[in-house]
Design a protein around this ligand. Structure first.
Ligand SMILES: *Cc1c(COP(=O)(O)O)cnc(C)c1O
Length: 425
């Protein structure tokens, strides 16, 4: 099946008389006839449902759909993108371990890795995504357990060189984890380029309508944990909390997701509600169509801004003269996403007047949504940073993140035109 078809059909095959649409299993618990049956579930001897914190049929259906779209063997949903990225790393890193992450990642993830996980005894080295292979190699330590990056960076919209990072990660016997939120599997499937584990904030394009916060993790099943058994004892040695089960022995290619579900979700409880999984699924069904439109609209807006007198620069990897154009052609040949970045000439006051004058596009702490929205990181999400710190994070103080929605492109451009004129006045 082509991915456009997978969006609508994979993961759920109703039988005679069953609902056509994925039903919501709004139930905390599930019924069994005997205590023996129940016992087998608790021992992971049988697969099935017993408590929604661990697994729920609605969630599993939606996770299976996302896994199929990404080309992975198994997936799971989490309550948010933050939980997905935390689980993805924490599933293979513990106190005393180290990992490497691109410095050009979502601010929330940067904070999670650099501050919160540090308090848990897990150290992260941030690297410039432009780093040479030699310099990247130098960042590896005895206790390095994974490498992390973002396909399209938020908010600087650069394209991550997945193959380069996968090659060096694998040379060092560790997996590459990619947050594929902005590209979505419609425009890039990192697993095809050597990535081992994919994460998502499903809150963005996958949901697409700004209705539910959620996350997902997909495992390619390709990383051979047993070949590097000494690095990943959590997967390759008996788990005392499950009567000595060894995940790699018992579950093979499903080891990573089984551990994350039966251990991390059990203990940390960041499950997505079945109701939200249902909303997410509605979003997935139209994802292919929406991404196409988001990209067409964003390209039209980028071209308009590129030719605007008042605009200092525009960053969109779909523009032929963009520094990321070649990488975008390689990893996202059908388009990148609807998010672009630009800056106006002149003062910050002028930029503020411009943003306040927009009528269709709204200022929002949201991105990758059906409705056009924008954010000025220096005065909104990153306002606690000095200009110098912003520079270190690779964020120009004048950068405006513009998330192009599904409206008519000409209406979005007309709104930009009138706001630019108003900011001159
Ligand atoms: C929003 C976002 C996150 C965090 O996701 P939440 O669903 O808000 O927790 C992670 N990564 C990227 C790239 C994001 O845009």
């Amino acid at each position: 099946m082509n991915i456009d078809t997978k969006c609508l059909h994979t993961g759920y095959e109703p039988h005679n008389g069953e609902p056509r649409q994925v039903p919501i299993y709004q139930s905390t618990t599930f019924k069994y006839d005997s205590s023996e049956e129940m016992g087998k579930l608790f021992d992971l001897e049988k697969s099935g449902y017993f408590y929604t914190r661990l697994q729920n049929p609605t969630n599993d259906t939606v996770a299976a759909r996302i896994a199929a779209m990404e080309g992975g063997v198994a997936g799971m949903l989490t309550s948010s993108g933050q939980a997905a990225n935390f689980f993805a790393v924490f599933n293979i890193c513990e106190a005393g371990d180290h990992f490497i992450a691109s410095s050009a990642i979502y601010g929330g993830t940067y904070n999670l890795f650099g501050v919160t996980m540090k308090k848990m005894g897990i150290e992260c080295t941030f690297v410039d995504p432009q780093i040479s292979e030699e310099d990247l190699q130098k960042c590896f330590k005895e206790n390095t357990k994974c490498v992390f990056g973002e396909t399209i960076t938020n908010p600087t919209v650069s394209i991550f060189d997945i193959e380069k990072f996968a090659k060096i990660a694998h040379k060092n016997g560790v997996p590459l984890i990619i947050d594929n939120t902005f590209a979505t599997p419609i425009n890039c499937r990192p697993i095809e380029w050597g990535c081992d584990i994919v994460t998502h904030s499903t809150t963005k394009y996958m949901d697409g309508h700004g209705v539910s916060v959620g996350g997902a993790i997909v495992d390619s099943g390709n990383f051979d944990w047993s070949a590097h058994a000494e690095k990943f004892p959590g997967l390759t040695t008996p788990d005392a909390s499950y009567h000595g089960i060894t995940y790699t022995e018992k579950f093979g290619k499903l080891a990573y997701i089984t551990k994350a579900t039966s251990q991390l979700m059990r203990d940390l409880g960041s499950i997505q509600s079945p109701q939200n999984a249902f909303y997410l699924n509605l979003g997935l069904e139209s994802l292919a169509v929406r991404m196409k439109r988001h990209c067409e609209n964003a390209l039209a807006v980028a071209k308009f801004l590129e030719n605007c007198e008042d605009v200092a620069w525009v960053k969109y990897a779909g523009l032929e003269n963009d520094e990321n154009y070649a990488l975008a052609q390689k990893y996202c040949p059908n388009g990148t996403c609807g998010v672009l970045a630009f800056a106006l000439k002149g003062s910050r006051e002028k930029a503020e007047k411009f943003m306040d004058s927009l009528k269709l596009a709204i200022i929002a702490t949201h991105v990758a949504d059906a409705r056009t929205c924008l954010l000025h990181p220096a005065s909104h999400t990153h306002r606690q940073l000095t200009d110098e710190q912003l520079k270190e994070a690779g964020i120009d103080k004048d950068l405006i993140r513009f998330s192009v929605g599904l409206e008519d492109a000409q209406d979005i451009i007309a709104d930009l035109k009138q706001a630019l004129a108003a900011s001159e006045a």
